[in-house]
Design a protein around this ligand. Structure first.
Ligand SMILES: O=C(O)CCC(=O)C(=O)O
Ligand SMILES: [Fe+2]
Length: 234
């Protein structure tokens, strides 16, 4: 792969999709661990204010932080991922955390959002998203993005999950890497036909603080996770 061309494409569009970035074997091992983990928890309890207002329904798991299987560390060793991250963020980037996101059948996915406030374009996170199973319309959970919106543009206020002009639908396959700038407008469609899983190895530029994603911008509010509060109604 031409890392320079890929990096240019990332900065033009605010996202980049690379198929077959990870081996089938690694994807199967990770998916097995994810299924084991979520079969032991109850992902159906989603009644809090955040879930109600944000129209986001995911259950997170932090396998590397919480002593999960060592297989999750293998992603950090994949040379293509390191090379692309170096090229996009610069050499001393911060590896923030890995988060598995599980959505049960019949859940809403995630409404349009920016992972952190876009007003300062040097302050952003990089989502390094890994898909251990195909995302297909029969199950739902396709990723919607609006290309180019990472350039200092605030997501317009409005209905949380209305269509937006210029939106593009992504259907990442098993083994696909999606690099997504945290300011790029994005959402996850409802999960209708089965459960959905994605895993985000979040990173950020060296000079950006680790809690850069504490405040998330939705079309109807800004929400602060650390205080569990709506800090702006829109
Ligand atoms: O699960 C996905 O495909 C994207 C989730 C997302 O919005 C994020 O990780 O910031
Ligand atoms: Fe996001």
């Amino acid at each position: 792969m031409n890392i320079e061309a890929a990096t240019e494409e990332f900065w033009k569009n605010g996202y980049l999709v690379i198929e077959n970035a990870f081996s089938t074997d690694l994807m199967d091992r990770l998916h097995g661990h994810i299924m084991d983990h979520f079969s032991q928890s109850d992902p159906s309890i989603l009644t809090d204010e955040f879930t109600q207002v944000s129209k986001c329904e995911i259950v997170p798991w932090f396998p590397q932080r919480d002593g999960g299987p060592a297989d999750f560390d293998e992603i950090d060793q994949v040379p293509l991922l390191s090379a692309l991250t170096d090229a996009i963020l610069g050499r001393n980037w911060n590896n923030l955390y890995s988060m598995v996101m599980f959505s049960a059948k019949g859940t809403k996915g995630q409404a349009w959002h920016q992972d952190c406030p876009p007003e300062d374009n040097s302050r952003f996170n990089l989502n390094r998203l890994i898909y251990t199973r195909d995302i297909v319309p029969e199950i739902g959970g396709q990723v919607m993005v609006v290309p180019g919106t990472h350039r200092n543009t605030v997501l317009p206020a409005g209905n949380p999950d209305d269509d937006l002009e210029g939106q593009i639908e992504l259907r990442p396959k098993k083994g696909t890497l999606v690099l997504l700038h945290g300011h790029t407008w994005h959402r996850v469609l409802p999960v209708t036909g089965g459960h959905r899983v994605s895993t985000n190895y979040r990173a950020g530029p060296a000079e950006v603080e680790a809690d850069v994603t504490d405040i998330c911008v939705y079309r109807n509010m800004r929400y602060q996770f650390s205080t569990q509060s709506i800090i702006e109604q829109r």
